[in-house]
Ligand binder design. Structure first.
Ligand code: KG4
Ligand code: ZN
Length: 339
């Protein structure tokens, strides 16, 4: 008998994602993004995101079924992001998942968006190595996690104490005059730049921070340093070397993230590191993580860029892991836990 077919729904931010997964096999991953509707505001507007999810959910579901060559009646379980995220956005996904599970007579699994970012790697490299350290870096979160069992509670070893990594990319891109979302733009522009041009600060890496913030990160000081540097350059009347500033900023972020992730592996005595979240699409982060992991004897797993950003496949993969381990389904009273 083939493994159960799990439908995953993700609506925590500005992407409406529907994925279909059987075991560790990805059958469909359809995403509708409302990012273009947020561009002129320079950030995600929750009300606009919720409305866009409502409009996109059924067409995205239909596209996913067509792509996988299945009908909704073939689905064995429905998984949905229940936390964390924007309240109105999460509600659209959870209400849709409940309606589907109830009408199909199938179990409902409310899952964590963060665990799902880790679980997506099952679809690329097979079942997760456990224990593993996971570093999740996106527009909404930056966390270093210890994962002993992805279907149970994961332990947060460190997190950002101010901006998320992606937020820092987006804000710095804005001061550099690059479009929103800024991460992919900084990545692209930085390829032509000199990463040693400005020695920007590496937050929470000083000796005094090791006791209280061993695996925490901070990007607000870096962001301010970049803004100040640009202002001073503009005041001098000289043009801002966008590529060099972008590359120097990116180097500072990636240096801190990879150093902390490798340190977490060493101190927890764990030899597997998994990267996830939108910022894990960053080309410099991928290269530096690979180099530092190789030097430290750590096996690195990074999903392809399109699975690092928000999608439904990651939620379906998380659901499939819960089903495979025989974890109990959620109650139909499942409520969202917004941020
Ligand atoms: O995981 P994600 O799609 O959504 C959230 O849960 O936040 O991450 C989106 C974030 C944005 O801040 C975006 O600028 C950033 O990921 N991002 C990148 C790259 N691609 C996306 N940051 C740096 N380099 C990239 N190539
Ligand atoms: Zn995310």
């Amino acid at each position: 008998m083939s493994e159960p077919l799990v439908l995953g729904i993700e609506t925590s931010c500005d992407e409406t994602g529907v994925g279909l997964v059987r075991g560790t096999t990805l059958l469909a991953d359809e995403v509708a993004s409302s990012v273009d509707e947020h561009v002129r505001f320079g950030g995600v507007v929750p009300e606009i995101a919720s409305r866009a999810h409502l409009e996109a959910i059924i067409p995205t579901l239909e596209r996913a079924c067509a792509k996988a060559g299945v009908t909704l009646r073939d689905v064995d379980a429905v998984a949905v992001t229940a936390f964390p995220g924007l309240a109105g956005a999460l509600l659209v996904g959870v209400a849709s998942a409940k309606a589907l599970a109830l009408t199909l007579g199938k179990p409902l699994y409310g899952v964590s968006h963060l665990s799902s970012h880790v679980a997506v790697d099952r679809l690329v490299h097979g079942e997760l190595p456990e224990p593993a350290i996971a570093m999740l870096v996106s527009g909404g979160h930056s966390s270093i996690l210890r994962v002993d069992d992805i279907t149970a509670e994961v332990v947060t070893l460190g997190a950002t104490i101010d901006d998320a990594a992606g937020e820092a990319f987006d804000k710095v891109a804005r001061v550099l005059g690059l479009p929103f979302p800024g991460g992919p733009w900084i990545d692209r522009v930085a390829r032509e730049g000199d990463a040693t041009y400005v020695d920007f600060p590496r937050g929470l890496t000083a000796t005094r921070d090791q006791a209280d913030h061993r695996f925490d990160v901070s990007f607000s000081g870096l962001k301010t340093a970049v803004a100040r540097w640009i202002k001073a350059r503009e005041a001098s009347g000289e043009p801002v070397p966008v590529a060099n500033v972008a590359a120097s900023f990116q180097e500072a972020v990636v240096d801190v993230l990879t150093a902390k992730a490798v340190a977490a592996c060493r101190e927890e005595n764990i030899s597997h590191l998994i990267l996830g979240g939108g910022v894990a699409a960053n080309s410099r982060l991928r290269v530096m993580a690979q180099e530092r992991c190789a030097a430290a004897g750590i096996q690195l797993r990074v999903p392809p860029a399109r699975l690092c950003t928000d999608n439904g496949a990651m939620v379906a993969s998380m659901g499939a892991a819960l089903v495979a381990r025989g974890r109990p389904a959620s109650d139909f009273g499942l409520s969202i836990r917004p941020t």
